[in-house]
Write a protein that binds this ligand. Structure first.
Ligand SMILES: CC(C)(COP(=O)(O)OP(=O)(O)OC[C@H]1O[C@@H](n2cnc3c(N)ncnc32)[C@H](O)[C@@H]1OP(=O)(O)O)[C@@H](O)C(=O)NCCC(=O)NCCS
Length: 187
C-alpha cells in the first residue's frame, strides 16, 4: 500500500481511469444535480469542450484531493471574456483540514496567472469564501450568474469570486457591478 502523497498534474485525456473514477464518484454524490436526466450516465468530470486540466494529490491509485481548471468564455454587459476557473475542488474526508485543497488552489492560481485568460472566476457557497480569499480570490459582492442557454436560464445561488489576470480584468470587474455574468452552462 502506497502512503506517499504526491502532487500530480495532467490534461484531461491523460487522467488515469482509476483517478477519474474517484473524481466522478465524488461529484455524483456531492453534486447530484449535475448527473440527472441526459447526464445520468455522464462519464466526464467537466465537459471536454472546457479543456479540463487536473491538479491532484494521490497516494498511488488512491485519490486524496483534486481540482481541475476549465477554460471557457462568459459574457458581461455584452462583452465576452475568456475565463479560467478551478472546479471539482474536493478532498476525501479522511484527509480534510490538512491543507491539501489549499495547496491545490494555490497551484491553480499560479497556473491561471501564467495563462492567457482575461480573468479568473470561481463560484462557491458562502461558507467557503474565506477559504478561497486566503488563496487570493476576491468576492464580487452582489454579482449574479445567469446560466443556461436562452429559454432555460436560471440564476445561480453560488457566490462569485474573481482573480485579476489580464489587462481586461478591471473592465470585467467594473461591468460585473452593473450586469450579470452570463454562462452557457454552469460548470
Ligand atoms: C472544501 C474542501 C475541498 C477543503 O479541502 P481541505 O483539503 O480540507 O482544505 P484545506 O485543508 O486546505 O483547508 C481547510 C479549510 O477549508 C475551509 N472549509 C472547508 N470546509 C468548510 C465548511 N464546510 N465550512 C467552512 N469552512 C470550510 C475551512 O477554512 C478549513 O480550514 P480549517 O481546517 O482550519 O477549519 C473539502 O472540505 C471538500 O471536499 N468539501 C466538499 C466538496 C466541496 O465543497 N468543494 C468545494 C466546492 S466550491
Amino acid at each position: 500500500m502506497q502512503t506517499d502523497i504526491e502532487l500530480r498534474e495532467c490534461a484531461d485525456e491523460h487522467l488515469p481511469e482509476v483517478l477519474k473514477a474517484q473524481v466522478l464518484s465524488f461529484l455524483r454524490i456531492i453534486w447530484p444535480e449535475g448527473f440527472t436526466g441526459p447526464n445520468r450516465f455522464r462519464d466526464w468530470t467537466s465537459h471536454p469542450d472546457l479543456r479540463p486540466h487536473h491538479l491532484l494529490y494521490a497516494a498511488g491509485s488512491q485519490l486524496v484531493s483534486h481540482l481541475e481548471i476549465i477554460t471557457t468564455t462568459v459574457s458581461v454587459g455584452g462583452e465576452h471574456y475568456v475565463v479560467q476557473s478551478p472546479t471539482a475542488v474536493m478532498t476525501f474526508p479522511a484527509f480534510r483540514g490538512e491543507g491539501w485543497a489549499g495547496r491545490l488552489v494555490a497551484a491553480a492560481v499560479a497556473r491561471i496567472d501564467a495563462g492567457q485568460a482575461d480573468v479568473g472566476v470561481l463560484t462557491c457557497g458562502p461558507h467557503l469564501v474565506e477559504f478561497y480569499s486566503r488563496a487570493g480570490w476576491e468576492l464580487a459582492p452582489g454579482a449574479t450568474i445567469l446560466a443556461g442557454a436562452d429559454g432555460s436560464t436560471w440564476i445561480s445561488d453560488d457566490l462569485l469570486l474573481t482573480r485579476s489576470v489580464g489587462p481586461r480584468s478591471a473592465a470585467f470587474r467594473a461591468s460585473l457591478r452593473k450586469h450579470p455574468m452570463r454562462v452557457a452552462d454552469e460548470w
